[in-house]
Design a protein around this ligand. Sequence first.
Ligand SMILES: [Zn+2]
Length: 100
Amino acid sequence: MSNSSCSIVRDLLPLYDDKALSPKTAEVVKNHLDKCPECRDYLAHIHHVVRAMQNQNARNNYRYSEVVRRIRRNFFVELAVGAAVFSFACAALIKLASRE
Ligand SMILES: [Zn+2]
């Protein structure tokens, strides 16, 4: 394969992988891939990188959900403590008011 056609095909591979190419261009890329093991390897490499990025995104989403879960848990703990303090204050006021 000529270096220039490999270079052009490799530029197009991300779009080919996303099925974002026109049918005619996709066919040209597919015909090149059928004949060029280096570009097939390059496509496999793109798949590998994309999968790694998706896994990283999944981990980041997991971390984000963990942060949200902790924030919510802390909020409910603070809400419960606040409600307990408020109840105690009300009970103390009612007791004071009933003395008079
Ligand atoms: Zn090639």
